[in-house]
Structure formats: structure tokens, C-alpha cells
Design a protein around this ligand. Structure first.
Ligand code: DP6
Length: 323
């Protein structure tokens, strides 16, 4: 009744920010993301008939909000398996947790994969998407590899792989500008944006056009077109965040300096563009061959603490049942 799974975080090129329903954690919009194979979460789940309740350790620490979300996912899986056992869940990230590197996406993708494995469930992939989404709206995208599209259906969301890692071997360079967890979680921040940003409704109504453009650019492997729409969509999301009350200002001076450096590099012919999620880290998306120069340039920006490099990665998978 135990299993270990590995999953990678993903970075959205066309973003999810806001929900159409709290129940079921349904996103207001679709999204398009890249799975970052160079960063990983490993999660071990052990169900125990004698255990009451779940015990969740994230990098060795307990966190009430994370534990509640884990239990919500595990309850669905327990219902599928017809058991009521509590679980011990131990999850480790090899990258900064809760700082805009999508640790919740990889965490919940690994959790549902490990827990379904531990319970011996053979669920339809769509059911895992629905359960992972309860943990984090971005988590279903880490169940698959490469470039992943998440779209809304009537009362659910569906995920599909648009390109496998080998189809378009983009590289991601992450400029880490702080190492602590962020002050406002995505979930809280989205709820505040929905209620207070004067730009929120426009963000939602203009989103389908961005998603179509991003998807078209990936399918045609048009890097320049993808760069233009991804940067636009990122800045539009941050405009919503900044105009939320109280403001969600995730950037540091180094974040902004990296954006300028990336724009300079692209003007000079280096195939790279930026994106930023709900945190101060900058992700530079590069065509094959450009990541070395981009890593060197961003590493020299004052305030950048660390550079991580990542190829595209595979979806969540079991590491085999521990004995
Ligand atoms: C800015 O998936 O963390 O990274 O569903 O409330 O857990 P919850 O939010 P989460 O939000 C991700 C927001 C984002 C953009 C994105 O990944 O699409």
C-alpha cells in the first residue's frame, strides 16, 4: 500500500489566473505550459489501515493548507478504492518550494500518481486530471510531458500533450531572485484579483485569443510568434496582479532587470523570451543551442542568486512500488 512517484513542475506560457468555480477548483480559462524536466518532486505515499487521518510532510515540514488539499485529493482516491485508511505522505522538491516555481503543480501530480499506485487503482487519465486539479489548477498539466494544453469543457477541464519533448526540444533557464516562499499563495491571490482588479474581466475575455495564438505557434514551431504572445500574456496577468487590492507585486528589481536583459538578447538575435508566474523568478524559454548564452547573461544580472537549466520533461510516473 505504498508507492513513490516523480513529477516535474511546469511553466505556463499562456496562463491560468482566476476560477470559474471554487467547487472542483475549475479555472476561468485554459492554459498552455512546458514541463521542466530538470526540476523534480518525489512523493512517497503509504496507506496504513491503522492510521486515522493523513500526515503530510513537505520537505520535512507540515503545512495546514497543503495538508487540507492533500486530504481532499486522497479522499477521492479512497472513495475510488473503497477504503478509509489514513496515509503518510512525504514529498521532496529539488528546487525552492512555494516561490513561483510551480511546486504545487509537480507536488499534486506526483501525489495523485503515487496514491493511485499505492491503492492499486487503474483510473482513466481524465479522472486523475480531475483529482489533481483539486490540489492545484496547474497540477493536471504536470501529469503529461512536453508542451501541454489544458482546456475547459462544460463542467470539467481536459489536458492533452501538444508536443513531446523530442518534437521541439526547447530549454528553460530559470533566474532565481529570491529563495523564500511567496507572501500570497496563488489561490488567495486569484480570489483577490477576481474581486478587485478592474482588469480581471478583460483578462478572461481576451484569453481565448491568446491561447489560440500560443497553440498555433507551438503547432507550427514558430518561436518568434510564441515569444510575442507568451510575453504579452505574462505581462497581462501581472497587470491584473498589480492592480489587485492589496496589490500582488511579485517582482523584485532583479526580476525586472532580467526582463530587460532577455529583451536585449532577443533584439540581438538570441532566440529567447521570458515568462514569470506568481513569484519573482524569471523563466527564459530558449530554442535549442541558446540556453548557454542566456544562462551566462542572466547569471551576471545583479540580484540573481542562482541559475537553473532545464530541458522539457516527461509526465508524472511511478518509480515502482517500495517494498
Ligand atoms: C501564476 O495552480 O497554483 O502559476 O489552483 O489555486 O492551486 P490553485 O493555483 P495554482 O496557480 C498557478 C498560477 C500561475 C499560472 C499558471 O501556472 O498557469
Amino acid at each position: 500500500m505504498r508507492a513513490i512517484a516523480v513529477a516535474h513542475p511546469n511553466v505556463a506560457l499562456i496562463k491560468y489566473w482566476g476560477k470559474r468555480a471554487r467547487a472542483g477548483n475549475l479555472p476561468a480559462t485554459g492554459s498552455l505550459s512546458l514541463v521542466m524536466g530538470g526540476l523534480a518532486t518525489e512523493t512517497r505515499v503509504q496507506f496504513d489501515p491503522g492510521r486515522r487521518g493523513d500526515h503530510v510532510l513537505l520537505d520535512g515540514r507540515e503545512d495546514a493548507d497543503t495538508s487540507a488539499r492533500v486530504t481532499a485529493c486522497l479522499d477521492q482516491l479512497r472513495q475510488e478504492a473503497g477504503v478509509s485508511y489514513g496515509a503518510l505522505v512525504e514529498s521532496h522538491n529539488d528546487f525552492p518550494t512555494g516561490a513561483g516555481l510551480a511546486s504545487s503543480a509537480s507536488g499534486f501530480a506526483a501525489l495523485v500518481t503515487a496514491a493511485a499506485g499505492a491503492l492499486g487503482l487503474r483510473l482513466a487519465p481524465q479522472r486523475l486530471v480531475e483529482i489533481a486539479r483539486l490540489g492545484s489548477g496547474s497540477a493536471p498539466r504536470s501529469l503529461l510531458g512536453g508542451v501541454v494544453l489544458l482546456t475547459n469543457r462544460q463542467d470539467t477541464t481536459v489536458c492533452e500533450q501538444v508536443a513531446a519533448p523530442a518534437d521541439w526540444p526547447l530549454e528553460i533557464v530559470v533566474a532565481v531572485t529570491t529563495s523564500g516562499p511567496k507572501a500570497t499563495s496563488s489561490r488567495e491571490g486569484m480570489a483577490q484579483s477576481e474581486q478587485t482588479s478592474p482588469f480581471y474581466d478583460d483578462w478572461v475575455t481576451t484569453h481565448a485569443t491568446d491561447l489560440d495564438a500560443g497553440l498555433g505557434a507551438v503547432r507550427a514551431r514558430e518561436f518568434e510568434a510564441l515569444a510575442e504572445i507568451a510575453e504579452h500574456n505574462c505581462l497581462k496577468m501581472h497587470a491584473v496582479m498589480m492592480t489587485t487590492r492589496p496589490p500582488l507585486l511579485y517582482w523584485t528589481p532583479a526580476t525586472l532587470a532580467c526582463l530587460h536583459r532577455i529583451r536585449e538578447l532577443r533584439s540581438a538575435g538570441v532566440p529567447v523570451f521570458f515568462t514569470i508566474d506568481a513569484g519573482p523568478q524569471v523563466k527564459a524559454i530558449c530554442l535549442p543551442g541558446a540556453a548557454g548564452d542566456v544562462a551566462a547573461a542572466l547569471g551576471a544580472v545583479p540580484g540573481v542568486l542562482r541559475i537553473l537549466r532545464s530541458p522539457l520533461g516527461e509526465g508524472a510516473r511511478l518509480r515502482g512500488h517500495a517494498d
